[in-house]
Design a protein around this ligand. Sequence first.
Ligand SMILES: [Zn+2]
Length: 464
Amino acid sequence: MTMTEVSQVYVGYLVESRKDWSLNIEQGVLVIQQNRIVFRAKVSELEYVLEKYNVARNDVTVLSSSQFLMPGLIDTHIHASQFPNAGLALELPLLDWLEKYTFPTEAKFSRPEFSVEVYNRCVRATLDSGTTTAAYFATIHRESSEILAKVCLQLGQRAFVGKVCMDRNSPDYYVEKTEESLAETQAFVNKISELGGSLVNPIITPRFVPSCSRLLMSELGRIAKEKNLHIQTHLSENKKEVEWVRELESDCQTYAQVYEKCGLLTRKTILAHAVHLSDQELETIREYNSGVSHCPNSNFSLKSGVCDVRRMKNKGVKVGLGTDCSGGYSSSIINSMRLSVLASNSIKLSKELGLGEGAGEGEGEGEGEGSEYIPLDYADSVYLATLGGAQLLDMEENLGSLEPGKLADFLLVDMQGKRETTPFGHESIQNFVHKFVFLGDDRNIVLVVVDGKIVKDIRNMQNI
Ligand SMILES: [Zn+2]
């Protein structure tokens, strides 16, 4: 680092999660150079920091008493192509919903101009809501999927972009031949690599078992292995779907085993939903160090079931959060954070009321002595949306907290952003984080930094 290097220096409350899911909150100084957090110190060491990094006092961003910094939020499962349907069409369960609403919408992305409009709005909206990293499903169209990758690069969002693959049990107007799906995936992967930069990467994306042949999935597993790529798909979202998979792949004991046999379970695999899993499946997922994207809004909205994150934590399975827009009606990961707490509360309630199933598949899986189920709280939701997501992506070394050495992906949150969250004066910093999880929205996220670059800044705007 030379003395002429431009450094960003922030002073104020730093909020992040520890590996044990608890919150770590302290006042401190954070120094950013290029795309990394390079130094962190106590506030009392500010003078030393300014000298060391040759920064004038006037250039320091000093946070107000209603502000804090936190790591950027990670959405580990979102369908950018379903963004036009967000908030619509949620009366049907998964398989009918796909046929009636989702496949027709996704088919429209054969038109590049439609893709440009939707993808710009989707990426802009999610950045505004604090999503600094997203794992996107696009559609089966290569050109349109490339447009999504370019939009992420242009607007500065870290992203994994997947060209969706599906070669069976799909409508005539929205399906691929196996060879075509593989060739287009190869071409897509090559094209994204040519775009340059590390911000946007391709991710291998078989939609889910019912719409992918074993040959397709096995070949996709081979491509992922050969190029060391991430993989994303859906797993055990809905009971009818699980039953269908049992019929389609009767030589496999479980849904997860289909992916295992096709080489699709790796430490870089994101399995969305995973609502209805046996202990054996959870063990398989843990063995491969794959992980689960918990999508509570979608699971409630499509009435799929309730995923028991506490059970997964206890079994050592990696978990992050996903919006699953538009199965989930909101593209904001803050919404997923608060709904992850409600989903967990609903499991506790079901157990207490003796409602049995729907209370998660396992009894007595809560922490403690196996008697009392302890639901997730706001601090757990911060973990899931930051460090949990980073772990799930196998990027814990680079993302998920404000530690020096990590990539500079973070948010400046201001509780003054809207009337509901504006402080009364009695709140602690913990209270601020609590309120942000339950009441916060894009108005509270006044600064978004991805890879060291400011991609949203409404610090000077009058919001209320
Ligand atoms: Zn999904």
